[in-house]
Write a protein that binds this ligand. Sequence first.
Ligand SMILES: Nc1ncnc2c1ncn2[C@@H]1O[C@H](COP(=O)(O)OP(=O)(O)OP(=O)(O)O)[C@@H](O)[C@H]1O
Ligand SMILES: [Mg+2]
Length: 457
Amino acid sequence: MMVKQQAEKGMTNEGVAVQVCGLIKTYPSTYTLGCSCVCCCCCLKVKRTAPYHAVKGLWLNLAKGQLFCLLGPNGAGKTTTISCLTGITPITGGDALVYGHSVASSVGMAKIRRLIGVCPQFDILWDALTGQEHLELFANIKGLPPSEIKSVAAKSLSEGKLKTATNVRVGNYSGGMKRHLSVAIALIGDPRLVFLDEPTTGMDPITRRHVWDIIEDAKKGRAIVLTTHSMEEADILGDRIAIMAKGKLRCIGTSIHLKSRFGAGYVCNINFSTTNGEPQTEPVKFFFYNHLDLKPTEESKTFLTFIIPHNKEPLLARFFAELQEREYEFGISDIQMGLTTLEEVFLNIAKQAELESSSAAQENLVVLHLTSGTSIQVSMGVRFVGIPGTESAEHPKGLMVEVFWKTDDAGTLCISHHSPEAPIPPNVELIKNESLIGDMPVGFTIDPNQILNANGR
Ligand SMILES: Nc1ncnc2c1ncn2[C@@H]1O[C@H](COP(=O)(O)OP(=O)(O)OP(=O)(O)O)[C@@H](O)[C@H]1O
Ligand SMILES: [Mg+2]
């Protein structure tokens, strides 16, 4: 909310490297060959998928000198967000300012490219070139002075497994070594903003720790955006962590903040000593049940684990004072308390997002109230829509409007406004959706490329 208000008031903050303002990305529909029966090749049809709304309006500030860690289940929209911020894919709506330059303009993007380093999710390397040649090539592209290129490249390769593989062709590198080289490439030329999309995937624990050190060192003086599926990595490296699911940012904060706000509570581990006979787990279980109404989530002969919800906090001081007094009687050797894990927060958030999307049965349809007075339903995020029932001798394909989208405060995509009705160009093909849902007609989706080509845009 704060980010949105700041952006709307045009406020800029010196400490901010990237200001993401309602970023939207919708992938256009694609064609697939499909058949509705199992037996034949007589009814093969070209089917067009609906446009895919991958990022549904992100509002976010990324600070200089900090590592921002973006987590999320597969398909959440992390790579798409990075692709939008690095100009790999054009944005559909909203904007993002990287050190004040807009990703929506080609001039801004040209300036942004000079400031950033990218380690893409999938390595883009040439098998025939060596590690040294890769780094020299990228140092050249980044515009480093020719006299420095050899020494900068050699320095990046002077540590870890890459040291011995400097002059080995990348085709012979292992998966982990390729990722390591991609990280080194992202950092070459001292970029002010670095994107690392799952940089440590496939690395062994030693290499991973080594790369963590490199990333930790690289934080100074620049902003880093990192995505990962390792909660440990996020916990260790992330100054701020956000979890994204189904194209929306679900939560953001420090690791401790997320655990205390979105976790189930505290984890309490009780270990029993075995020196004075059988451990007394049953009386301790009864003690927890009696005072806190809790059963163990895990148990063995020598330890018990309880998850204590936040709402029990007022009872905990007295409870643990009494438990400690009776430690000897119960045969307890030690009691450990901690916040629940980031993994648990992640699972909670992902589950909540799934529930939300399954309960929105018709989430893809939104009502569009036309200025002519009629209302139709349109697919979420669609740009050009044909209006059913407007076909005439003058306009055989009927009329259409261009729909402009924005996000509401909850990050849900909604219609901002639409263009005046205009004739659909004769050569444009319409995607006929289900014609009526409820008693409201459903607009025809039109491939934006066809309209833009027809209008010479
Ligand atoms: N070029 C594309 N055309 C259509 N849909 C796409 C395209 N690229 C990505 N998508 C879809 O957008 C959604 C988000 O994909 P994205 O790659 O951003 O996810 P991610 O969060 O990076 O996932 P992962 O953790 O698996 O890398 C997915 O549902 C994906 O299928
Ligand atoms: Mg990805």
